[in-house]
Ligand binder design. Structure first.
Ligand SMILES: [Zn+2]
Ligand SMILES: [Zn+2]
Length: 313
């Protein structure tokens, strides 16, 4: 694996869509209300499709294809590849390549594609406005390039994205309750904005705000609020410390529906070989971090002057 250095070239397709889609959404949703076209069916469709697409990113793009934390039968893979495309976050193959580089070079200013060390907005969205040198494409990790479903989705990603993200909700809303406008703009365009920024929060907020429960050698934080918006991805300090584990919210009270889905599907054999880091190792890391923090606080308390705390980002 190598770095994907950002070039000076603007990615106009990404830039234009990411900037105008929130504006179009605001105008279209206002018009939808103004014309009296509000429909609960469209609202439910929006919620369901947002959820299906987001969990296809979290349990699919992220935990299945990027990290291979478990194995899945073709039905599950196809489901994640179909709905994941609708998130408009590129193909599973490219998403996984970027994400593996992010883990390998986390916080490195040039090598981590969405490094928080380049600022909150860079990590959240600005990195997507630029093209990247394609060095990484030459590496071709075998697990991704030999996965026929992943390669197929990469090849036809644009068509699949339009189908699952826009045509599907428009047709459902049109034929079921006669609201094609709401199907396209509310469950299509506005939904894509929500899916974008929910995922982006992990790269920005979860590398900035929250608790470093297991390690402070990288910027990743455990943040319950981003976990709520991303089906459990917010426990990002745990994830960066144990990326091979299919769980992010490892404790029983932590909200991690992606974990519940993967585990639930394993009960019927649709997912298998779920990888878990040993409880002892997790506890050892947590306890070492607690002791380290206590020692740091003691040191601060014994110093005569008030320390200059550096902001996380
Ligand atoms: Zn991260
Ligand atoms: Zn990851």
């Amino acid at each position: 694996m190598t770095n994907r250095v950002s070039s000076e070239k603007i990615n106009w397709g990404n830039t234009i869509y990411l900037i105008i889609s929130p504006i179009i959404s605001a105008l279209a949703v206002s018009y939808w209300f103004y014309k009296g076209w509000f429909n609960w069916g469209t609202v439910i469709l929006f919620v369901v499709l947002t959820s299906l697409i987001e969990i296809s990113i979290t349990a699919g793009y992220h935990r299945l294809f990027s990290h291979r934390t478990y194995k899945a039968n073709p039905i599950v893979s196809i489901f994640f590849l179909f709905f994941g495309a609708g998130a408009l976050q590129s193909s599973a193959l490219l998403w996984s390549l970027d994400h593996r580089v992010h883990h390998q070079f986390v916080d490195h200013k040039d090598k981590d594609p969405y490094s928080i060390s380049r600022g909150f907005m860079w990590a959240h969205i600005t990195w997507l406005f630029y093209k990247f040198d394609d060095q990484v494409k030459d590496i071709k990790p075998a697990d991704l390039y030999q996965d026929k479903l992943v390669v197929f989705q990469d090849k036809y990603w644009g068509y699949i994205a339009v189908l699952s993200g826009f045509i599907l909700p428009t047709l459902i809303a049109h034929f079921a309750w006669g609201d094609a406008f709401g199907g396209f703009f509310v469950a299509g365009v506005f939904r894509s904005v929500v899916n974008h920024h929910a995922t982006f929060l992990i790269n920005s907020v979860s590398h900035c705000i929250g608790k470093q429960t297991y390690s402070d050698t990288h910027s990743a934080r455990d943040n319950w609020f981003t976990a709520l918006l991303t089906f459990g991805e917010g426990y990002h300090n745990f994830h960066h410390e144990f990326p091979s584990d299919y769980r992010n919210g490892v404790r029983y009270y932590q909200y991690d529906p992606s974990k519940w889905l993967i585990y639930g599907l394993s009960l019927i054999g649709w997912t298998y070989d779920l990888k878990r880091v040993s409880h002892n190792l997790i506890e050892r890391k947590r306890s070492a971090m607690t002791k380290k923090r206590a020692a740091q606080q003691l040191q601060i308390a014994t110093q005569s002057k008030i320390p200059q705390l550096q902001p996380a980002c």
